[in-house]
Design a protein around this ligand. Structure first.
Ligand code: SF4
Ligand code: SF4
Length: 227
């Protein structure tokens, strides 16, 4: 899930200064779970914007925003409201915002949310990062604990040696993830896995913008030095 947090309303109002007629777009998936862009939050945002003198021309919660073809289709039902708008406020993640920008080419689109990370819902209202999308999942030892996203130093082979009483030197609030990996392997009777050296990350797999298709697979067009 993509974790987002809503920007302070003052920041949103500042972004929208000079734009009086605003169309609101929320998202039915991640932003709904994060309570940053579901039906409830879109309704609350409409009321807040109206309270500061904006006209909200319409609202929709797309299912989900980042599905380009589907969103294009779903937004057609709101073409009249959108044509009467000066701007769109996107209550999804940064990815969803860019999907909207692709569809609504001529309208300014502003983010209501800050996009934080890819993570899990620990419990209601608590989210933790679990993956930085390194491009080649290294979780092959079977323990299911990612040191790249969960170790502040991103140690591919750890631990770093700085842990104190089992807690991370960079973040004493949390247990060293490498200690957790060790303990889980021990419990599984597979400590030999701990000695395996994991090769360095292949950063070429993270060339931006990432592109993947069923037909062509991962397509990262790294520009050659000669070009
Ligand atoms: S190894 Fe890479 S792909 Fe796998 S969970 Fe960690 S960051 Fe994500
Ligand atoms: S103590 Fe453990 S979790 Fe913290 S930085 Fe070092 S290896 Fe990473």
């Amino acid at each position: 899930m993509i974790i987002t947090k809503q920007k302070p309303f003052e920041e949103i109002a500042e972004e929208l200064s000079g734009y009086d007629r605003v169309f609101l777009v929320g998202c039915s998936l991640c932003a709904t779970a994060c309570k940053t862009g579901g039906e409830e939050e879109v309704k609350a945002m409409k009321e807040k914007l109206e309270a500061v003198g904006k006209t909200v021309t319409g609202t929709v919660v797309l299912d989900p925003v980042c599905n380009l073809q589907k969103s294009r289709r779903d937004l057609r039902k709101f073409s009249q409201e959108i044509s009467q708008s000066d701007a769109v406020l996107c209550m999804a993640c940064g990815n969803g915002l860019q999907t909207l920008a692709e569809i609504l080419e001529d309208l300014p689109i502003f983010p209501a949310n800050d996009t934080l990370f890819l993570g899990e819902i620990k419990r209601f209202g608590v989210f933790e990062e679990r993956c930085i999308q390194c491009g080649k999942c290294l979780l092959t030892s079977g323990v299911g604990l990612c040191p790249i996203s969960r170790c502040p130093k991103g140690m591919v082979n750890g631990p770093c040696g700085g842990a104190k009483d089992g807690f991370c030197e960079a973040n004493p609030e949390m247990k060293c993830i490498w200690l957790e990996i060790y303990e889980k392997l021990k419990k599984m009777g597979r400590l030999d896995e701990f000695r395996k050296i994991i090769p360095p990350l292949d950063h070429s797999l993270r060339v931006k913008p990432g592109k993947y298709s069923f037909r062509r697979g991962v397509v990262n067009d790294v520009p050659s030095k000669a070009s």
